[in-house]
Design a protein around this ligand. Structure first.
Ligand code: FAD
Length: 337
């Protein structure tokens, strides 16, 4: 099971998996199809569950058979290695994407949204309903689950500020509800400290190991009532601002590095003279220096090499260590468990 994901031992792996999973499977499936950077070798299996109880059975089976697994939303903040992933990648997609109003009072409403719902769809929905809160998120391409795990943010707003509760599944397939007091949102991260779960658990930790004992199944958001055309105007204005300063319509994972306390990462990279630097088809965008773009046929190792070049050059010039915001998967799935 360890190391890369060779196709040769797929039949034995498939027999084990099909012993407890009866739904659809994409075998030996290139993960480049599922990431916005358009890189990444094959996973032994990709599964897109469409019901929570079947997801629970899957998680239980994976644990029982000691099969490594990882969770993915829209793959817009992940770098998968060229060797792929030696286990099961669970993609939270359209099958688990409901939006449900769960409470309402004079000032606003609470809405429960399943993890597979696209953030763009949720923003559009709030816009149509005249609900304010997520205007900053117009143009962020993730799923609701990935967005909560990463505490995605922009223009001084972040998703965590609007969350009142999160539906979770642990790696035994058991459900939990984390209310606001159990959630510690940080810069591009979330830690759950829940009395029924052992120790604080960190989700969506960009640039390092991501502990995946916890899956986000849903988030309950609090939105305030606004005026429909004003909410819409704010969304459009912020999305236009994003398009003015960021590359658009190219393969990327958004901002590649976290902004250190000293200065925005993009400015540090620009000042280091790295706009346009490239390794193979991986290049530093000339529009926004914190974007690494796949200009066509970049490999994951080209991107990692370019990342190291940026880190070393910025370190030598400014003494500041840039940390990736993107979650860089390692080839060995087990290290993360
Ligand atoms: C063009 C572009 C612009 C972007 N702009 C921004 C921006 O302005 N602000 C910002 O913050 N980000 C931005 N991003 C990055 C990215 O869109 C966000 O981080 C997004 O929230 C990730 O969601 P996802 O579904 O794609 O997550 P993925 O990339 O699929 O996953 C990210 C991490 O979350 C984990 N994860 C995913 N789903 C779940 C789940 N259900 N439960 C538990 N863990 C999960 C994954 O294992 C991984 O560790 C941008 C990306 C692109 C390509």
């Amino acid at each position: 099971m360890m190391g890369t994901a060779p196709a040769a031992d797929l039949p034995a792996f498939a027999a084990t998996l099909q012993g407890f999973w009866k739904g659809e499977v994409l075998w030996h499936c290139p993960l480049a199809h599922f990431t916005t950077l358009k890189v990444g070798g094959p996973a032994r299996a990709v599964i897109m569950p469409s019901r929570i109880p079947e997801l629970a059975l899957l998680i239980k089976g994976l644990r029982q058979h000691d099969i490594p697994w990882r969770i993915m939303g829209r793959g817009s903040n992940i770098l998968v290695p060229d060797a792929g992933f030696p286990g099961v990648v669970i993609v939270m997609g359209q099958g688990l994407a409901a939006i449900r109003q769960v409470a309402e009072d004079a000032s606003g409403i609470n809405v429960e949204v399943e993890a597979g719902c696209g953030l763009a769809r949720l923003v559009k929905w709030t816009m149509e309903q005249g609900l304010s809160g997520l205007e900053f998120a117009a143009g962020i391409p993730g799923s609701v689950g990935g967005t909560i795990a990463m505490n995605a943010g922009a223009f001084s707003g972040s998703v965590g500020e609007h969350i009142v509760a999160i539906g979770l599944m642990d790696d035994h397939g058991d459900y939990h509800i984390a209310s606001r007091q159990h959630c510690r949102f940080s810069y591009r991260g979330l830690t759950i400290d829940h009395p029924d779960l052992p120790g604080p658990k960190q989700l969506g930790k960009g640039g390092g190991r991501c502990q995946e004992e916890l899956l986000v199944l849903s988030g309950t958001f609090r939105f305030t009532r606004g005026v429909q055309h004003e909410v819409e105007a704010r969304c459009r204005a912020l999305n236009s601002k994003r398009k003015e300063c960021q590359p658009h319509g190219v393969a990327s994972a958004g901002s590649f590095f976290k902004n250190p306390a000293e200065a925005p990462a993009g400015r540090l990279i620009d000042e280091a003279g790295l706009k346009g630097a490239r390794v193979g088809d991986a290049l530093i965008s000339s529009k926004h220096a914190n974007f690494i773009v796949n200009a066509g046929a970049a490999s994951a190792s080209d991107i990692v090499e370019l990342m190291h070049l940026v880190q070393e050059t910025v370190w030598k010039r400014s003494g500041i260590r840039l940390e990736p915001e993107v979650d860089i998967w390692e080839t060995d799935g087990r290290e993360r468990h």
